[in-house]
Unconditional design. Structure first.
Length: 113
């Protein structure tokens, strides 16, 4: 596997996808034309390389502690959360999470008042 293919595989692994169409959706694109352009030019935009380089090491170093933390937190074991997680793996992207994160931050702020 050449360097470009290795990086694309890291993208697939990081975003939990199996093909270019799924990756496009995860990244918030409406089609896979951007990914097609990457393949044609054999270049992934720097912002994505930075994300996978930063997070691949963090993920590898923290996997065991994260798995243990997940097992200890009953909210992460609920049927509803597991359903959300499976749907998010297939169809989710960061744009979907942003409003949820904002809402949770607001709840956190209110609870501290």
């Amino acid at each position: 596997m050449d360097d470009f293919q290795t990086k694309m595989q890291k993208m697939y692994d990081y975003y939990g996808v199996k093909n270019d169409n799924q990756l496009s959706i995860k990244l918030g694109y409406t089609s896979n034309s951007a990914i097609h352009r990457w393949r044609k030019e054999r270049k992934i935009p720097d912002k994505y390389l930075l994300i996978i380089s930063k997070n691949t090491d963090t993920i590898n170093n923290n996997t065991n502690s994260q798995l243990q933390s997940s097992a200890d937190n009953p909210k992460l074991q609920s049927k509803v959360f597991k359903e959300f997680l499976e749907l998010f793996k297939e169809y989710g992207n960061d744009k979907i999470l942003l409003p949820i994160i904002d809402k949770l931050k607001e709840i956190e702020r209110i609870s501290k008042e």
